[in-house]
Design a protein around this ligand. Structure first.
Ligand code: ASP
Ligand code: MG
Length: 411
């Protein structure tokens, strides 16, 4: 007998028929003698709808009340899922986040989980019941409903698995695992049998939207055995997120290629090359709560240099404004330039730690396609480039081929 947490995303509970399918799978596991905690998201599209509704009433919704509204999506699906289980002859009971007592901090709409009370869930599991818990929501110490940020049901699933010391946390979704890259861009992309936790973290943070990044961090911290699977077909075991120290794992050099169009580049030209300049530029950007991703500064020959960095595309206008109005005159830079038609393409793989030559192969592949690289950044397990967004698909496809991710033997 194992204790398994199964999380089902919005598309898996999108209508009564799919909810019945979820109940069928849960019933199978239950019949095998496993204890099951089911975590569900709201029906797909529901949270968006609730946010729109809130904004129609108050343009910038009060955060506490917004959480009250958007947490209702999951309250509907826990009730329906429990009903479908009961109808299938499986004893089941639903819980909101507050009923479990998933205690979070105070930050409405992006709360962090502090503590999970297992008491009630344990009693029901021990009584042979399936426990159905609302994803995405918790309660703060004043009893107010909080939510965990978009996609937060993944985090609920992993957090419950950690708290209950579950044998496995299974994330059921509309894809059957983690792929070498987005199959919509590269049809040859393959499902990975395993991906390490660190690789997943890189991929999740760079636009591979299979798992909410916080859930991956959580899984890493508490060593939760995490698996991503399809809720529509049972034909394979999905992708297991492993820990690198797992023995007997022959790691490929590159596991996957992530990309995103969410970034924008800003440059200051003709910047005096002296101490304090990076702070003079990025200080005010940080104060405005704008996160910076890549940063490049050249060394100067004539005392003047260029300084470039990237931010999320949503913050592009705000960052440009700060550069133009405040920083440029202050440090007497010559010119401000911005480009929000860029994309970032990254090779990810723990094998890079022990293999040289990944970056140069990446650059030669892009050069061969005539793609200009605007910025480069590297870490132990990742090499990223910024390029013109119109070359994104070409870049991803040619890299996928060059690193032999197309071929089945590469897993
Ligand atoms: N329903 C929430 C959302 O759409 C949480 C989730 O689906 O994970 O973001
Ligand atoms: Mg999701």
């Amino acid at each position: 007998m194992a204790l398994i947490v199964q999380k089902y995303g919005g598309t898996s509970v999108a209508n009564p028929e799919r909810i019945r399918k979820v109940a069928e799978r849960v019933a199978r596991f239950h019949q095998q003698g496993h204890q099951i905690v089911v975590v569900v998201s709201a029906m797909s599209g529901e949270t968006d709808k609730l946010i729109r509704l809130a904004k129609e009433v108050q343009a910038v919704p009060d955060p506490r009340e917004l959480d009250v509204v958007i947490a209702t999506g999951e309250q509907v699906t826990i009730g329906l899922t429990a009903m479908a289980l009961i109808a299938a002859g499986v004893p089941a009971v639903s819980y909101t986040g507050a009923q479990v007592r998933i205690l979070t901090d105070e930050s409405h709409t992006k709360a962090r989980i502090l503590e999970i009370d297992q008491h009630n869930m344990r009693a029901d599991l021990d009584a042979g019941k399936v426990v159905v818990v609302a994803g995405f929501q918790g309660v703060n110490e004043h009893g107010a409903i909080t939510t965990l940020g978009r996609g937060g049901s993944d985090t609920t699933g992993v957090a419950l698995a950690a708290a209950l010391n579950a044998d496995e946390c299974q994330i059921y979704t509309d894809v059957d695992g983690v792929y070498t890259t987005d199959p919509r861009v590269v049809p040859e992309a393959r499902r990975l049998e395993t991906v390490t936790f660190e690789e997943m973290l890189e991929m999740a943070s760079m636009g591979s939207k299979v798992l909410q990044i916080r859930s991956v961090e959580f899984a890493g911290k508490y060593k939760v055995k995490l698996r991503v699977l399809s809720s529509f077909e049972d034909k394979n075991d999905g992708t297991l997120i492993t820990f690198e120290e797992d023995p007997n794992m022959e790691k490929p050099i590159i596991s996957g290629i992530a990309f995103n169009r969410d970034e924008a580049k800003l440059s200051l030209l003709g910047v005096p090359d002296r101490p304090g300049i990076a702070f003079a530029i990025l200080g005010p950007i940080g104060e405005a709560n704008i996160d910076v991703d890549m940063i490049i500064q050249n060394t100067s020959v004539d005392g003047l240099t260029d300084f470039s960095f990237t931010v999320h595309r949503n913050e592009f206008a705000k960052a440009m404004e700060i550069l133009d109005a405040k920083i440029k005159p202050e440090i007497q830079a010559r010119e401000v330039r911005g480009d929000n038609k860029i994309c970032k393409v990254s090779l990810v793989g723990v094998g890079m730690r022990t293999h040289a030559g990944v970056a140069s192969k990446m650059f030669s592949t892009l050069a061969h396609e005539g793609i200009n690289i605007q910025m480069i950044s590297t870490s132990e397990i990742k090499t990223s480039v910024v390029i013109d967004e119109k070359y994104m698909e070409l870049a991803v496809r040619s890299l996928h081929r060059a690193f032999e991710l197309d071929s089945p033997g590469a897993v």
